[in-house]
Structures are given as structure tokens and as C-alpha cells.
Design a protein around this ligand. Structure first.
Ligand SMILES: CC(C)(COP(=O)(O)OP(=O)(O)OC[C@H]1O[C@@H](n2cnc3c(N)ncnc32)[C@H](O)[C@@H]1OP(=O)(O)O)[C@@H](O)C(=O)NCCC(=O)NCCS
Length: 152
């Protein structure tokens, strides 16, 4: 039986755990300074999936002028396929709805089939491409968009 987990807002003290996961998940990871900046900014929100063994994943969102962006999403390899990515995305979309955001954008590597499957399942659709957006390895990004319905 999987250990339970919960989604909670991140605090500055989570930065080292987030960086450690980030480095295991991406060839072009965010720096610790970028995480600290996101955690300290009033324009961003950071959610973590807290498992009994520690932080297992996170989502970083940003809102400006009614437009939301998912800036980062990752789940540590040993915690994948247990619904944490989905739970983080749902909590992020709920936060955007609370801020009256009506469209959300994100970038994803073209080859990232697992993340693309997750986003497609939530209704994100490709609306553009950024050439050579990623490094290590160099790759184009697909830009995905989701129109958010507001609660009645
Ligand atoms: C993408 C990521 C966050 C998904 O996290 P996760 O906790 O494993 O996702 P979930 O268990 O909630 O999966 C939800 C759905 O996403 C899709 N999915 C997730 N992993 C998948 C995979 N390896 N292959 C195909 N579909 C996958 C499936 O539709 C899955 O539903 P299912 O398990 O019922 O089939 C995780 O794989 C990850 O951290 N990857 C590395 C970092 C990354 O690429 N982040 C996205 C940057 S844009």
C-alpha cells in the first residue's frame, strides 16, 4: 500500500528538497536561487506533494493579468504513477481558478510523452512551439494552453 501524501503550499525551508528533486528530473535544472526566488515572490505559488518520507514533488505557478503559467512540475522518480503529478496539477488549476485566471499556458519538451499525456488529459492543447528552447539536450518546446472554466 502506498504511503499517503498531501498537497500543501511550500515554504522557504523546502528549497533544498525541491532542488534535489529538480536535479534528478531535468538535464537543465533550475538553480537553488531560482527556487528561492519563486518561493519568495508574491506573483508565484509553489505547491508540494508531502509524503511521509519527505517532499515527493512540486508545482510552481505564476499568474499575471488573468493569465496563468505552470512554470515547473516534477515528481521524484520513485513516487511516479501514483497520482501525485495529477494531484499537483489539479491543486494548481484550482489556485488559478481562485485567482480568476481563465487561461493557463506551459511549455513542455516535445519528447516528454509522460508530461504531455498528463497535460492532454487535463485539456491542454498545443498552440505554439519555441525553437531550441531547452538545453541539455537541446530541444524545441511545445506551448500548451488550457482554457479554464470558472465556477458558477
Ligand atoms: C510528468 C510527471 C510530473 C507525472 O507525474 P506522476 O506523479 O507520475 O503522474 P501521475 O501518476 O499523476 O499520472 C497521471 C497521468 O499522466 C499520464 N502519465 C504519467 N506518466 C506517464 C508515463 N510515464 N507514460 C504515459 N503516461 C503517463 C497518464 O495519463 C497518467 O495517468 P494513469 O497513471 O492513470 O495512466 C513526472 O513523470 C515527472 O516528474 N517527470 C519529470 C519532470 C517533467 O517532465 N515535468 C514536466 C515538465 S513540463
Amino acid at each position: 500500500m502506498d504511503a499517503p501524501y498531501r498537497i500543501r503550499p511550500a515554504v522557504l525551508a523546502d528549497a533544498p528538497a525541491l532542488v534535489a528533486i529538480e536535479r534528478r528530473c531535468f538535464g537543465d535544472p533550475w538553480s537553488e536561487a531560482s527556487f528561492r526566488e519563486a518561493l519568495g515572490s508574491a506573483w508565484n505559488f509553489v505547491l508540494v506533494a508531502q509524503a511521509s518520507r519527505g517532499v515527493a514533488g512540486y508545482l510552481i505557478g505564476r499568474e499575471a493579468g488573468g493569465i496563468g503559467e505552470v512554470l515547473n512540475l516534477a515528481v521524484a522518480p520513485e513516487f511516479r504513477r501514483r497520482g501525485m503529478g495529477e494531484a499537483l496539477l489539479e491543486a494548481g488549476l484550482a489556485a488559478f481558478r481562485r485567482s480568476r485566471v481563465d487561461e493557463v499556458f506551459l511549455e513542455v519538451r516535445e519528447s516528454n510523452t509522460s508530461a504531455r499525456a498528463l497535460y492532454t488529459r487535463y485539456g491542454f492543447r498545443p498552440v505554439g512551439q519555441r525553437s531550441a528552447y531547452y538545453r541539455n539536450p537541446k530541444e524545441d518546446a511545445l506551448v500548451l494552453r488550457l482554457e479554464l472554466s470558472q465556477p458558477a
